[in-house]
Design a protein around this ligand. Structure first.
Ligand code: URA
Length: 434
């Protein structure tokens, strides 16, 4: 088989065979296919697209390129949740202990971020001592003991995706439905859960800008999972503005703690109730959607969910004190406010741009070697639909470098649009598909 022929076939709009896809994934992972040929094929796929069959084959090939976790030693149906990525998305920090407090095992492999802020693992490292690198054995043991564990990848999961994603990132071939679906699903399938909940983000802060594309992506991923005998549900949720009021790392942990203690911003709480209910249904709990929602609310109200988070932090070596007193979590030393010149309504907040403001502050990684500043971040005092009075804060920045903080405020000002009259509330959930 020659890579040249495979590229040519796709360039001409042909359908690649299973063998051709397997050859590409295997040889590229091994390093025998050079980046320039892999890039050419990715661009041909981007332009000519892939059929459902090709997409499923690509997913399987990437999933099988490394370890596939066996979670059969965990008692109960293991469920997992994945978000296609959004600004201010801290739902995993909330849902893992919350679902575990309902008696459903949460064995969560999470990632580091290469983007506006860190990923779940980076965020958890805001808590002193929290160990995010567990062995597979310890990971499984902890889930059986306390019902929840959150770790960075234990084995070498889907190494083909890591290599291909890095190449897509620099060759303008990320936002293709088949390539995104196979990338996400290869990792999820290799992580070993039986039930997979996908939070497909839609809007200016997401890969999928339109509802139509988001639904299509959700359906492709459901198709892939079903083909591999998994139970998959996709929720389409809004990412036109950041989720919740915080964007950063420690500042997001703080907000997650607020939700677990019964507070927190309305949109974040609502999304957690919706995602949480679906996770309970996926786990096979014999309840209606409404009963699932009520059970989750009850676990928050009784503080069982928060206690489970404390238990999780302790089990993984984190400092309990910081969870009990979140004001002791890292926080940028310069607090700079963005003050409103007028009394007005917030009409729009550009999520993507707020994300790049967080990156400018140092909350995310520009490349693999970048070091994250866990204490910096943005607090959105006002969100879309809310009124702000003249002289009141629209947002607050926490920086460790005053100059960068000032630059960020200037950039943040360009993320907002205003209205003199009240504006309609945005929808949060656009659909649930299975
Ligand atoms: N998230 C992934 O894991 N892969 C993609 O291709 C896009 C988002």
């Amino acid at each position: 088989m020659r890579m040249y022929d495979i590229i040519l076939k796709k360039r001409e709009g042909g359908e690649l065979s299973t063998e051709e896809i397997n050859y590409f994934v295997k040889e590229y992972t091994k390093g025998t296919i050079p980046d320039y040929q892999a890039s050419a094929l990715l661009m041909a796929i981007f332009l000519k697209k892939m059929s459902r069959r090709e997409t499923v084959d690509l997913t399987k090939a990437m999933m099988n390129s490394g370890d596939v976790l066996d979670l059969s030693q965990i008692e109960g149906v293991v469920v997992d949740k994945h978000s296609t990525g959004g600004v201010g998305d801290k739902t995993t920090l909330i849902l893992a202990p919350l679902i575990a407090s309902c008696g459903i095992p949460m064995a969560k492999m999470a990632g580091r971020g290469l983007g506006h802020t860190g990923g779940t693992i980076d965020k958890l490292e805001s808590i002193e001592g929290f160990n995010t690198q567990m062995s597979e054995e310890d990971f499984i043991q902890q889930v059986n003991k306390i019902g929840v564990a959150i770790s960075g990848q234990t084995g070498d999961l889907a190494p083909a995706d890591k290599k291909i994603y890095a190449l897509r990132d620099v060759t303008a071939t990320v936002d293709n439905l088949s390539l995104i679906a196979s990338s996400v699903m290869s990792k999820k399938l290799a992580s070993g859960a039986q039930g997979i909940l996908l939070d497909v983000k839609m809007g200016n802060g997401a890969f999928m800008k339109s509802e139509e594309d988001a639904v299509e992506l959700g359906k492709i991923m459901i198709d892939i999972g079903t083909n591999m005998s998994k139970d998959v549900v996709a929720i389409i949720s809004d990412m036109e503005q950041p989720l919740g009021r915080t964007v950063g790392n420690a500042i997001e942990v703080k907000e997650a703690i607020e939700v677990l203690q019964g507070g927190g911003p309305e949109d974040l709480v609502e999304l957690c109730l919706v995602l949480g209910s679906e996770l309970l249904l996926l786990a096979g709990l014999n309840v209606t959607r409404e009963e699932a929602r009520n059970l989750i609310k009850e676990k928050i109200k009784s503080r069982e969910a928060f206690r489970k988070f404390v238990e999780l932090v302790k089990a993984q070596g984190g400092k309990e004190e910081q969870v009990l007193h979140p004001e002791t979590l890292p926080k940028g030393k310069y607090e700079i406010k963005f003050i409103s010149d007028n009394t007005q309504y917030i009409a729009h907040i550009e999520a993507e741009k707020v994300g790049s403001c967080a990156l400018l502050l140092g909350a995310g990684r520009e490349n693999k070697e970048s070091k994250i500043d866990l204490g910096v971040g943005i607090y959105l005092n006002k969100k879309v639909g809310e009124q702000v009075n003249k002289g009141e804060a629209i947002a607050t920045i926490y920086a460790n470098d005053e100059e960068r903080g000032k630059q960020t405020i200037e950039k943040l000002k360009t993320c907002y649009q205003y209205s003199d009259t009240p504006i309609e509330e945005r929808k949060l959930i656009y659909g649930i598909y299975d």
